[in-house]
Structure formats: C-alpha cells, structure tokens
Ligand binder design. Structure first.
Ligand code: UD1
Ligand code: UDP
Length: 370
C-alpha cells in the first residue's frame, strides 16, 4: 500500500485536491489516503470539505484573524514535522502556490519525505506578482520530486528550469475534474440573496483578493465596479467578499448600498460554480476562476497586471486588464454594449484539461511509489 498524505489549507487548494483524494480512495488496495488540513482558511476550507464530503484525518487548525504568511508558515514548520515522523507517508501531495503549499513541502523536505506538486510550472516570471505566490511556486518546484503540470506551457517551463523530464507529468488541471463533477443544468441557489436574483437581468460576477493589490489598486478595482454599476443600472452585480480583513474593509466601504450591487459572504463551491454559469461577464483576480470561467464560455476580465495562466488569454476568453479604473471600465463597457465584442470572447474553450487529471496523477503516483 502506498501511503499518501495530502496536505492543504485554503479554499482553492481544497477544491483542486478533492478530485485527487476521491480518485485515491477509488483505488483501494493500492493507496492509503490520508488528509492533513492546515486550516490556513477555516470557514472557506470547511465549505469545500462539506461540498465534497471529505473529512480531515488531522486538522492543524492554524487560522487566526489577522494572520500573516510568515505566521502560517511558522505554524506549519512547527506542527507538520512531528506528524510526518508519526505517519511516515511515502509521499505528500501539495497543490498550487499558497503558504500551505510551500510550508508543507519544506517541512516534508526537512523530514526527507518526497513531495509531489499538483499544478506545477505556473509562472509570471515576476517574483512580486502574484505576491507571495510566485515565490511559493518557484521554491516548491525546487523541493518537489514529482511535478504535475496542468498544461504544455507549464510542462515546458519546468523543463526549461532544468527539472528532469522523468519527474514531470502533463496531467491537465484538477480544477476541471472538480468543475465537471459539480456543474449541472437544473441548479437552484440555496443562498436567499442569490435565489432572489432576477433571472431576466444580466449578471456580472466579481471577485478580488490579491495581496499585491492591497491599497490603491484594490480601491481602483472597487471604483471601477462602482462606476460600472452607475453606468449600467439594468445589470446585477454579485461580489462574494473575501474575508481577508483588508479586502473586506475596502470592498464594503466603497461598494455598500449601491443599487444592483450584491455583496455576499463567500458562497460554497456548489453555489459559486452555478453563479459563474449564470453570469454574463466575470471580473476577477482569482487564479481558479480564470480557469473555470473559460470552460463555461464566460468572458473574463483579469484584474491583474500579469497572469501565470496565459492559456485562457490565448484562447480568447480572458483578457488581462490590470487594476486601472478607466481600463477596467473601458473593457467591461465594450463587452456590455457590443454584441460582436462579446461574441468574440464568449467561446466555451477549455485549455486546462479534460476532467481526467486526477486519474493521471494517481496512475503516476502508483507507478513511482509501488
Ligand atoms: C490565501 C493565499 C492565496 C489564495 C487565497 C485564496 C497565501 C499567501 N495566499 O490568501 O494564494 O489565492 O488564499 O482565497 O497563501 N479568513 C477568514 N476565513 C477564512 C479564510 C480567511 O476569516 O475561511 C481571513 C482571516 O482573517 C485570515 C485572512 O482572511 O487571516 C487571510 O487569509 P490568508 O490565508 O492568510 O490569505 P489570503 O489572503 O486568504
Ligand atoms: N470560489 C468559491 N466561492 C466563492 C468564490 C470562489 O467556491 O465565493 C471558488 C472558485 O470556484 C474557485 C476557487 O474558489 O475554484 C478560487 O479561490 P480563490 O479565488 O479564493 O483563490 P485563487 O484561485 O485565486 O488562489
């Protein structure tokens, strides 16, 4: 039996790890699958565990209000090594680019436990954007023994950095596995404010939470959304507000009490997938949403200066518009008023996978550690 310890802590990691954990459990006799959550996020993590009916074997319960990446990393380095010594996994699985991702990989390295990295090889090439995620990715690559690249470009990046070809696996992104396992046509919202949305009015979905945008760029994003709500009073805007206090304060100050604006608490993944499906247009600085929206044929304006996910841009469904108010308003207005411009972007393309990434990851693990 191959003992696999999956370590994750935030909402996006949980969503992208859930299909792998399911696939590991569907191959009994081959794997002993254990989950350790750092709970870098608490409520948003628990929402995902519930949607995918997962239960953590170990919960480090690290989140504290006002935490810093350094504080979370310190907690992981303190608490994970004793667990690794006790459990002795053959390999740990980490996903993505958060503090949990790098902290767990580094803790495993110190205990000489190999790390397999899911969603490896994404880069902007700028260590400050996204911050601190770009550095988390680079450092996790240096540590990992197996690298699961979601796209050919990510695989080529790893090979270009000198990662041995035998350690790199082109798998697709598990975000598509999760999406395909979740989306359905006959969905009804459970959150009262979403159930009350007018089905006949177009909906713009907005999410924002990047650390490098804190301060003036985040204010500029909010001002752009405010401006759009004023120009297009016939639209409905839905913005699930990220609970990071810095985000919450800015968004709530600048966007409360506007007609047509629905500021809601983070909704669970099931609700969010169907919000995307219902949306006419998506404005976001999220990594995961940039991958999901193209698969649903929803134009995405990326509220960042650079993206490590160029595939959606190349496919024509995503456009990088930065954080400048006028640029965001200009790009969104064009899509909202020009049917031709909208049609050019609203193609359902899916450059991120075929829904079988977890299966490939599990096969690669079985081959390496059997
Ligand atoms: C983290 C990740 C980021 C990822 C994002 C996904 C790092 C450095 N950043 O950023 O890559 O895109 O998660 O959302 O790892 N909070 C709650 N409840 C929750 C979750 C968060 O109240 O369920 C609040 C807490 O006050 C917490 C704060 O949000 O202190 C920040 O959480 P943290 O994980 O440190 O950073 P994020 O900005 O969420
Ligand atoms: N998401 C969710 N509820 C929300 C907002 C987003 O379930 O209210 C999901 C979304 O479908 C995607 C993931 O959370 O899979 C993205 O997480 P986030 O934007 O927090 O992080 P990132 O992907 O930028 O690291």
């Amino acid at each position: 039996m191959i003992r696999v310890l999956s370590v994750f802590g935030t909402r996006p990691e949980a969503i992208k790890m859930a299909p792998i954990v399911r696939a590991l459990r569907a191959a009994p006799g081959e794997f002993e699958s254990l989950i350790c959550v750092t709970a870098q996020h608490r409520t948003m993590l628990d929402q995902v565990l519930e949607v995918f009916a997962l239960k953590a074997d170990v919960d480090l319960d690290l989140m504290v209000p006002g935490q810093t990446p350094a504080g979370i990393a310190a907690g992981i380095l303190d608490r994970l090594p004793p667990l690794l010594r006790r459990v002795r996994p053959d390999v740990i699985l980490v996903q993505g680019d958060t503090t949990t991702t790098f902290g767990a990989a580094f803790a495993a390295f110190l205990e000489r436990v190999p790390t397999a990295h899911v969603e490896a090889g994404l880069r902007t090439g700028d260590r400050w954007q996204p911050f601190p995620e770009e550095m988390n990715r680079v450092l996790t690559t240096r540590i990992a023994a197996m690298h699961f690249a979601p796209t050919p470009a990510a695989r080529d990046t790893l090979l270009g950095e000198g990662v041995p070809a035998g350690d790199v696996f082109l798998t697709g992104n598990t975000v598509i596995d999760a999406l395909l396992q979740t989306v359905r046509t006959d969905y009804r919202f459970r959150t009262p404010s979403l159930a009350a949305l007018d089905p006949l009015r177009r909906l713009v979905l907005v999410t924002t939470h990047r650390r490098e945008s804190f301060g003036a760029p985040l204010r500029s994003i909010c001002e752009a959304v405010r401006d759009l709500a004023g120009r297009f009073p016939e639209l409905q805007f839905v913005l699930p507000v990220h609970p990071n206090p810095e985000v919450k304060r800015t968004v709530e100050t600048l966007l409360c009490d506007l007609p047509g604006m629905h500021l809601v608490a983070p909704v669970d993944y099931l609700e969010f997938v169907h919000l995307m499906n219902r949306a006419h247009l998506v404005l976001t600085d999220s990594g995961g949403v940039q991958e999901e929206a193209p698969s649903l044929g929803k134009p995405v304006l990326v509220l960042r200066e650079v993206t490590e996910r160029p595939e959606g841009v190349a496919a024509g469904t995503a456009m990088v518009v930065g954080t400048d108010r006028d640029r965001i308003v200009g790009a969104a207005s064009e899509l909202l008023t020009s049917p031709d411009a909208y049609a050019r972007m609203a193609n359902a393309v899916n450059p991120y996978g075929d829904g079988r990434a977890s299966e490939r990851i599990v096969t690669a693990l079985a081959t390496r550690y059997a």
